[in-house]
Design a protein around this ligand. Structure first.
Ligand code: GLA
Length: 779
């Protein structure tokens, strides 16, 4: 049993394999957070220090007892308005003039299985056992062929009902527990129990309120072309808040954070993750209060948000997934990688190798026709590439300068010079799949759709809307808009054998005014836009269950767990420079697995940074740390480079089980270590690993660097070899100048002694090491 009720102490305990989460039903019905961390037994209520606090407020019910100080106690779902002045998770108003509320415990129950959320992504465990919650959305996860693995974990849902009868609100806190994975999810349902409308002004998904502790906050800010750069800083007194107001989760901040004990490292210490399954405006608030207690919460951004509920109506927040690790950040990342790979990503591509693709964008941009695309496919097919993706420019009157055509999803056959189906047939004839780019939420003013429905684009009446990449945003909060775009795109999908979609979103939202929304509910539009996007994606997944969808938002501007529920992979960044990608992949890896990160080999000089000196091997190894593909005309490579591509295709298939199913270890921090970057994948049974090291700095007479492996069996003996190192390309490999380096080591030697890094001959050179148990016992 993962959820236990201790009647004597009025405490509810959630137990996972290695963690305990305890909630207290406190005096006067306040729901207190007692403990979250390494597994403990017993009632943790003793941690709460009830004392008189000057300038604190006490509940009316407490009379003359001043020890229940409302701004000194840790709450499960703090609300504003009744005496807790720290950042609230919930706030509301009524049209009778009440601002704020006072939520108290009503009841709780435990139900088997993991809840689902209508219209929103949610962690799933065993689909057939999902708890039906109102209009439960369908949980499609059709296994494909024999390679699909269904992970059967034990799961339960805890529902706690809180209410404020005066404000007319009932709040149900949902906790989903995946015991074996040390994951606890949270979501909230708000119901109007009043006789008139209430307005939610803030409804976060979850809050963690610690009684004590010194924490660092790890988060992943960035910008377009340099997303998810890991930052770590102590939580200081006061509120630290970040999030997005752009309508998408954004390039600037990612809805995933880690709260780490200030002494925690990659391999040691307590850390807590919070991953929001939401792709729109979000907020994360961390607060260290006057008594040095930390509160952190996450959910839909409250700025630009107001949600009116009519009597009897309910609002569902998105879900946040917590995970706990007592042994550092690497373990926490492994938990999230498993969660995303097996309990968030759905569909047939969840467990199988994704096709190695070549994308037309950096190969041709808008300068293509059918013949040119077929030639790109032919060149790629010869080297083993498995799919051609036709990027932007194939539809409507889309012109070479990225303006026009958005909203008109019909094939521009004049440009292609042939019907799409004829071109796809030819590509299929090469043994390749075919995929296509779409940007469904956008509209160009120079399009048939805009001329027919100008009110479908967000714009405040009487004011010209802000441009972004010469385009406007369609009001996906309106069903008729989603219907129209879906039907147009479905017609294209039905016209040819399309097996992959890249779904882009190339600007942020502004000028929010919906002709489909009443004045009273204007503050719901941004959220309803996200629901519209999810509806579109769910319909695509349902109608085309075997099509692989890759998310994209000018690169990683909507790289979040919400999107991953519908799109198993997301283009990580428009910056394809392999050296920049080291930092991008490093940051992304804290929460997301390699199988989620879209990454391609592109040409040099790189189109985004202009960097030239990155050899094809390094570009290959970095792209292989993601979903792997190419974005260049492979026919333009030298014979040597083409040989290298063939080798990469073979290596990717050979090592896929390590890269996408093994455990990922960050061996260096590329933000700090300027000499080299290193990372490794280790199989779960510790029998095999693949380590990548990239030289970052050309140095004269360098010191000898050492690199320590992680995750191996200390007692096993391992063989090490350098993939692709044969006599023909020895000059391209870094070398150890002496013969001291052998081929067989114990796991303990590799992890605690480390390996000397060989001398690199070139900047950005790659040293790749394959490590496999040697089948002999350690001495
Ligand atoms: C965005 C994407 C690119 C490419 C272009 C096409 O910028 O991130 O990969 O698809 O749009 O316009």
């Amino acid at each position: 049993m993962a959820i236990l009720f201790d009647e004597k102490h009025s405490a509810i305990t959630i137990e996972t394999a290695n963690s305990t989460y305890q909630i207290g039903i406190g005096k006067y019905g306040f729901l207190l957070h007692l403990y979250y961390g390494k597994k403990v037994s017993g009632d943790m209520g003793y941690l709460i220090n009830y004392r008189t606090r000057a300038y604190s407020l006490n509940p009316f019910d407490s009379g003359t007892d001043r020890t229940f100080a409302l701004d000194n106690l840790p709450f499960e779902y703090p609300c504003y308005g009744s005496g807790d002045f720290r950042p609230a998770a919930f706030n509301m108003k009524t049209n009778a003039g009440v601002y704020g509320c006072d939520l108290r415990y009503v009841s709780h129950r435990v139900v088997p299985g993991k809840y689902a959320i209508p219209g929103l992504p949610a962690v799933y465990v065993d689909e057939s056992k999902a708890v039906p919650l109102e209009n439960k959305i369908s949980m499609k996860n059709e296994p494909l062929e024999s390679s699909a693995k269904t992970s059967v974990c034990k799961s339960e849902t805890l529902e706690i009902v809180l209410a404020d009868p005066v404000a007319g609100v009932e709040v149900t806190l949902l906790y989903g527990v995946i015991e074996s994975l040390d994951v606890i999810t949270r979501a909230t349902i708000v119901r109007n129990t009043a006789a008139s409308d209430i307005v939610i002004t803030k409804a976060l998904s979850g809050c963690l309120d610690f009684t004590h502790g010194d924490f660092d906050l790890l988060h992943f800010p960035g910008k377009q072309g340099m997303e998810h750069i890991q930052k770590r800083a102590p939580i200081i007194q006061g509120k630290q808040s970040f999030g997005s107001l752009r309508g998408a989760s954004s390039h600037q901040h990612n809805p995933f954070v880690i709260l780490a004990d200030s002494s925690a490292s990659e391999d040691t210490g307590s850390c807590y993750g919070m991953m929001l399954l939401y792709s729109g405006n979000f907020i994360c608030e961390a607060d260290r209060d006057q008594y040095c207690k930390t509160r952190i919460s996450m959910g839909i951004q409250d700025e630009m948000f107001e949600y009116t509920l009519k009597p009897g109506e309910a609002f569902h927040t998105p879900e946040v997934a917590y995970a706990y690790s007592h042994s550092g950040l690497a373990h926490l990342s492994h938990t999230y990688h498993k969660l995303v790979s097996h309990h968030i990503v759905r569909g047939p591509y969840r467990d199988i190798m994704r096709p190695i693709l070549v994308n037309s964008w950096e190969a041709a941009y808008f300068d293509f026709d059918g013949e040119k695309l077929i030639a790109i496919a032919q060149n790629a097919a010869k080297l083993g590439v498995e799919m051609l993706v036709l990027d932007d420019g194939w539809f409507g009157n889309r012109r070479a300068d990225a303006s026009g055509g958005l909203g008109d999803w019909y094939v521009n056959e004049e440009k292609l010079g042939m019907p799409l189906s004829a071109m796809v047939d030819e590509i299929n004839g090469l043994g390749m799949k075919f995929g296509i780019w779409i940007e469904p939420e956008m509209v160009s003013t120079d399009s048939g759709l805009y001329h027919a429905h100008p009110d479908w684009a967000f714009a405040v009446p009487g004011r010209g809307p802000a441009w972004g990449r010469n385009q406007l945003v369609l009001d996906f909060s309106r069903k008729e808009v989603v219907d129209n775009i879906f039907n147009q795109i479905a017609a294209v999908m039905d016209s040819a054998n399309i097996e992959y979609i890249k779904m882009d979103m190339n600007r942020s939202l502004a000028d929010i005014y919906s002709h489909g929304e009443t004045y009273q509910n204007a503050g719901a539009t941004m959220h309803k836009f996200v629901l519209g996007v999810y509806d579109f994606l769910e319909r695509m997944n349902t109608r085309y269950p075997h099509v692989l969808i890759e998310g994209c938002c000018g690169g990683g501007g909507r790289f979040d767990a919400g999107m991953l529920y519908y799109t198993p992979q997301i283009w990580c960044s428009d910056n394809t420079d392999a050296i920049s990608r080291l930092k991008i992949h490093h940051g992304t890896s804290f929460g997301y697995p390699a199988s989620a990160m879209g990454a391609h080999v592109t040409t040099v000089p790189n189109h985004q940074t202009g960097r030239s000196n990155i050899c094809i091997n390094t570009r290959g190894a970095v792209a292989m740390s993601g979903t792997f593909g190419y974005e260049l005309d492979l026919g333009k490579l030298t014979a040597d480079e083409q040989q290298a591509v063939k080798q990469q295709v073979a290596d990717y298939k050979k090592y896929w089980h390590l890269i996408h199913q093994g455990q990922y270890y960050r061996l260096t921090d590329p933000n700090k270590n300027s000499a080299f970057a290193a990372w490794a994948y280790v199989s779960e049974d510790k029998s095999e690993a693949l380590m990548n090291v990239v030289n970052l700095e050309a140095q004269c007479n360098p010191q000898t660097y050492y690199i320590a492996l992680k995750g191996l069996d200390p007692d096993a003996m391992y063989n090490i070899s350098v993939p692709g190192a044969d006599d023909s390309n020895q000059d391209k490999m870094p070398t150890h100048e002496t013969t001291q380096v052998s081929n067989i080591y114990s796991g303990s030697a590799l992890m605690y002694g480390g390996l000397p890094v060989p001398t690199f001959r070139d900047e950005h050179q790659l040293w790749q090491v394959h490590i496999k148990t040697a089948g002999i016992a350690a001495q």
